[in-house]
Design a protein around this ligand. Structure first.
Ligand code: KDG
Length: 339
């Protein structure tokens, strides 16, 4: 029986090898990924019984997605089979001043067309303690927005902890639509994970001008964004990943968390980015793990930041690091360059 449940879309990820451009190669690496699936894989790697819930077509590509999740020990027993297609996303990895590109081809995927009644939430949540979703799932269709609400309602009834990574995706919906759908869902959420762009784009929450320098927030600015989220929605905690990038090749990575009265900041890591996709999901999974294992708020934050930092060194959406590796990094002073 799974302790933690995540719900969302798993997509086929098609990517030219290395730094090749879309039009430059005749082969694509085919793997799988998706916000909540990535979180489930990380948690499973950390040794927590985790189930990923979704809908996938009954054909072999749907089966391959399930096999991929199973290879990490993710419980896929509640994935419904039906509908016609697996969503696809194409990724071209940027370098230097050339940004990465993502192209979605996911409209009409099985999960986007799932309906109430496809999922037996009381059975899925039987014995579970934690439910996690992101802002991607309710953005897929009006149906998935309803499904997320149904899941949240059932999870709350069972006194489960609910976490949400706001994960604003401008290719999926507008700020106005996001706010309309996300605002009522926040009533159910205990732990909110975001970056400053999510908070601004979905809820119009911003730091004071005096806390912004050269487009970057200072620590007070991050505290202010987290406090505003907590005040507005009554979250227990709000965590924010810090956008401290210096340039595409030379990056720094850190995060913060607030409980409404205190703000904690993680160590800041210098990172060499191999693949940034899923970095936020690894942060979310690290935070869920730390809090689920009753770490102090500061330790859970450090665990999450270290897990996410390591993900940037791992090719693919899925993080493949162990608790021991994360703990070893989190125990350091953050000064070593991660190569
Ligand atoms: O957080 C990682 C996701 O962005 C990636 O897996 C693709 O799910 C995805 C999305 O909708 O952007």
């Amino acid at each position: 029986m799974a302790e933690i449940i995540t719900f969302g879309e798993i997509m086929l990820r098609l990517k030219p090898e290395g730094y090749l451009r879309f039009f430059q190669n005749d082969r694509m690496e085919a793997t799988f990924g998706g916000g909540e699936a990535n979180v489930a894989v990380s948690l499973s790697n950390f040794g927590v019984d985790t189930a990923f819930v979704s809908k996938l077509p009954p054909h072999e590509i749907g089966a391959a997605a399930i096999r991929s999740l199973n290879s990490f020990g993710v419980d896929t027993g509640s994935i419904v089979r039906g509908g016609d297609r697996v969503g696809i996303y194409y990724l071209e990895t940027g370098a230097s001043q050339r940004p990465s590109k993502v192209i979605y081809d996911r409209a009409g995927s099985s999960i986007a067309q799932a309906v109430s009644g496809d999922f037996d939430w009381p059975a899925i949540f039987d014995g579970a303690k934690w439910f996690h979703f992101t802002g991607i799932t309710p953005a897929l269709s009006e149906n998935t927005a309803v499904l997320v609400k149904e899941a949240c309602r059932e999870a709350k009834k069972r006194d489960m902890t609910i976490s949400c990574d706001l994960n604003f995706r401008k290719k999926l919906w507008s700020s106005q639509e996001a706010q309309r759908i996300m605002e009522p869902l926040m009533d159910y959420v205990d732990i909110c994970i975001a970056n400053e762009e999510d908070a601004e784009k979905i809820f119009g929450i911003q730091a004071e001008d005096s806390d912004v320098n050269g487009g970057k927030l200072n620590h007070e600015g991050y505290c202010s964004v987290a406090s505003q989220l907590i005040e507005r929605f009554g979250f227990k905690y709000a965590a924010i990943t810090l956008r401290t990038s210096l340039s595409a090749n030379d990056n720094r990575w850190a995060a913060m968390i607030s409980d409404g009265s205190q703000c904690f900041f993680s160590k800041e890591y210098e990172i060499h980015i191999v693949d940034r996709v899923g970095g936020g999901d690894s942060f979310a999974a690290g935070l869920i793990y730390g809090l689920y294992k009753n770490m102090s708020l500061k330790d859970a934050l450090e665990f999450a930041a270290a897990a996410s930092c390591l993900k940037h060194s791992v090719e693919g959406d899925f993080n493949r690091v162990s608790v021991e590796e994360v703990n070893a990094l989190a125990a350091g002073d953050g000064s070593g360059r991660v190569q």
